[in-house]
Write a protein that binds this ligand. Structure first.
Ligand SMILES: *Cc1c(COP(=O)(O)O)cnc(C)c1O
Length: 420
């Protein structure tokens, strides 16, 4: 069957024809046959240079030989035990060595579970109920965090099925806005357990913190007994070996991981200072559990991945990012377009926006219809990016100079067609 027929068939059995909503787009998504290195191939046999990369985990590209062989070896000896195994210590030590705020770690099965548990832990540790998140930040699909907008007041949930009682303790503020935070903390400070944040907002495109913003947050949270949680599900092991906290040199109390930490297999983790982490069950009274927590498949994929991610690796992948972003800047300038090329390290995006994007409302002002046309033009030119203005694009270590040059040509052609 071709992608169109598969999608029609799929819609009979899977709501919307997909297993996660971002994967559906009009008129139908391509169905994947396989991935290899920097490429993804659809059932029709078309090959695309892939910058979606499963929305972030595949920093080594698809089916990396070292990960594949490690997993083949691992599964021979069983895939999950419900009992501890040494590989969990190995991965934990590796994370402790790399990430400044981490003394201890609890493995979960997804980023969603990691942030859900981190928030519970922050509430348990502080004996406070309210949490603060930034407008437009995504911390997974659980009830605490599916709240986007509002102005310091308790806000309504973004999905049906979430009681307002659940989200009335979730306060949201604009990113990069010190005044809004100060005001909120003046009013509610002693009830706030944590501020949870994407250090780089990767789920509205790619928005970096302004100079001094992270230092400001670190200071004001410390002064008010509020825990600072960095959700590094995207940025962990992406921006640097120690993640965004190392990159920007601001150390949170807790951190959450997902995506890269599982080396392409399902995994997440929450981690942080010992004093806080010791409150997790069975030591402490904050409950967290999972049948597949720390399973040897995901854990060994994580170990095999981190073994590859050394300083040389980051130099190399960041150079690829610089090269592509510079090409994009030149293209936008040559075509005299009013667009924003953004990104850092191995993340990039183009905002179809004539102004600099500093927060969610700026991002929302982008022309997402034009962006979707750009996405479709890129597909025609064998380049796959997420079909939304509000995602980041990712580069893997397997993207060659030739890939990046072909991509630059495809971007130029696509922008010309979108704006002709
Ligand atoms: C993807 C993502 C999550 C959720 O992770 P899942 O593994 O999809 O549950 C949480 N936070 C951020 C910042 C993410 O990008």
């Amino acid at each position: 069957m071709n992608s169109k027929d598969l999608f029609n068939e799929s819609k009979k059995y899977l709501p919307g024809g997909v297993s996660s909503p971002v994967r559906a787009y009009k008129p139908y998504p391509f169905f994947v046959k396989k991935g290899f290195g920097s490429k993804i191939e659809d059932v029709e046999g078309n090959q695309y240079i892939d910058y979606c990369l499963a929305y972030g985990p595949l920093i080594l590209g698809h089916a990396h030989e070292k990960i594949t062989s490690k997993i083949q070896e691992t599964i021979e000896d069983g895939t999950t035990f419900g009992a501890p195994s040494e590989s969990e210590i190995t991965l934990a030590k590796e994370v402790v060595k790399r990430v400044p705020c981490v003394d201890m770690i609890r493995f979960t099965n997804s980023g969603t579970e990691a942030t859900m548990s981190a928030i519970r832990l922050a509430r348990g540790f502080t004996s406070r109920n309210k949490i603060v998140k930034f407008e437009g930040a995504y911390h997974g699909a659980h009830d605490y965090c599916l709240v986007k907008s509002g102005s310091g007041a308790a806000t309504l949930p973004d999905s049906l099925g979430i009681p307002e009682d659940t989200t009335k303790n979730t306060l949201s503020v604009p990113f990069n806005d010190e005044e809004a935070i100060t005001e909120l903390i003046d009013k509610e400070g002693e009830n706030i357990a944590c501020i949870i944040m994407e250090v780089v907002m990767g789920n509205i495109g790619c928005v970096e913190p302004k100079d001094g913003f992270l230092e400001f947050l670190r200071k004001i949270t410390k002064e008010n007994g509020i825990l600072l949680i960095f959700d590094e599900v995207i940025t962990g092991f992406r921006l640097s070996s120690g993640g965004a906290q190392e990159y920007y040199n601001v150390i949170p109390d807790l951190v959450t991981f997902g995506k890269i930490i599982g080396g392409g297999y399902p995994m997440g983790a929450l981690a942080g200072k010992q004093e806080i982490m010791e409150m997790i069950a069975p030591n402490g009274a904050v409950y967290q559990a999972g049948t597949f927590n720390g399973n040897p498949v995901s854990v060994n994929a994580g170990i095999a991945t981190l073994n590859i991610l050394d300083n040389n690796f980051y130099n190399e992948i960041n150079k690829k990012g610089d090269y592509l972003r510079n090409n994009i800047k030149d293209i936008i300038e040559d075509l005299s377009l009013n667009l924003q090329s953004v990104g850092l390290s191995s993340m990039f995006q183009i905002y179809f926006n004539d102004k600099e994007v500093l927060n969610y409302s700026d991002a929302k002002a982008s022309d997402s219809d034009k962006f979707f046309n750009y996405f479709k033009e890129l597909l025609k030119n064998n380049v796959f990016i997420p079909p939304s203005q509000f995602e980041s694009n990712f580069i893997s270590i397997k993207h060659s100079k030739e890939d990046l040059d072909l991509t630059s040509d495809a971007i130029e052609k696509s922008l010309k067609n979108v704006f002709k």
